[in-house]
Design a protein around this ligand. Sequence first.
Ligand code: UD1
Ligand code: UDP
Length: 368
Amino acid sequence: MKKVMVVFGTRPEAIKMCPVVLALKKRKKLDVVVCVSGQHREMLSQVLDVFGVVPDYNLDIMKEKQDLFHITSEILLRFKDVLQKEKPDLILVHGDTSTTFVSALSAFYLQIPVGHVEAGLRTNDIYSPFPEEFNRRGVSIISRLNFAPTKLSRENLLKENVDPKTIFVTGNTAIDALKVTVKKDFDSDYLRWVGDSKLILLTAHRRENLGKPLENIFEAVNELTRRYPDIKVLYPVHMNPLIRETAAKVFKDNKQIKLIDPLEPISFHNLISKSFFVMTDSGGIQEEAPSLNKPVLVLREVTERPEGVDGGTLKLVGTNKDSILEAACDLMENRNGIFDKMSSAENPYGDGFASERIAEIVENELYR
Ligand code: UD1
Ligand code: UDP
């Protein structure tokens, strides 16, 4: 029996890899082992619980205010032991986190083949997002199977001379996850807090936004609530203490803004679908919002998800206070029909069967 080890460590990887784990486990000729790095702790276990995935290994590396050196060195050393014990025929990694890059590197050192889910996203700016653009490019150098979510991500890989025979366009597994989480009868106390107001969902966590950019974003949101007394902003704050401190300081006691702990994905995905629009610097939310028909103001200077911008759901607004405010006011007022356009755009990220495709390809390739 061929053995596949699925490796992930943060919330977004878990949301997009759990559907892959479940699809792999349905294949008859595969032995599936799950190893989590524990780069995230609470935010990871929230996701595992929702999908009912129980890891075989947890490297448990997280420490408060960890830096890239800690994450990298701890995973590299601890994962080596797991790989040497399990000797998988293939490891599957996802996306662009440090867990992704370092686990792929460990496998490379032991000459174990790597498959990369969500391969080929690029901003072509090595410092933005940081360090993710490097992480995903690094994995593309060594991966033997590349699961590109869209045709554009396939083209990005071809430009870097990745062998076309190793690239499979599958759709993004984020859409598969939504099939599990989004429910017609969803209810929540947060919706009662929102009442008849319009709900704006906010998230922010990118390393390159820490400090001044984050303050700009929060000040723009504060000003937005002053201009529109009929909006309520729900902000599940990332557990990073640096972000929590800034959020508490800038939002103080603004009654229109509720700061809450990170939500498990069922609540979060359903709250996206109940929102008026979303403001975020997240990657994954840029993939989810188009299929939930919600406009997204992307709080970043560049995005590796231009499909959503071209498709009309996403607007790249950067981290300047005035630009953010202006874009948000445009949506509030539906200037030039912008709200209507952004909330009726098409989802470019696939049909929700990416995980099944990936599992089938993995099985076929391992027995070829
Ligand atoms: C990581 C990824 C980023 C991804 C993000 C998703 C890297 C370098 N960055 O960034 O690509 O977009 O995850 O959220 O891989 N913390 C907790 N509990 C948790 C999770 C985090 O307390 O469950 C705190 C810790 O203090 C930690 C800090 O958050 O030091 C930051 O976490 P870390 O994984 O280093 O970076 P992220 O910004 O989450
Ligand atoms: N998400 C969640 N709970 C929250 C905020 C986000 O479940 O409180 C989900 C979101 O729907 C998406 C993923 O987490 O699937 C995105 O994670 P994040 O923004 O942390 O990372 P990124 O996608 O930017 O790497």
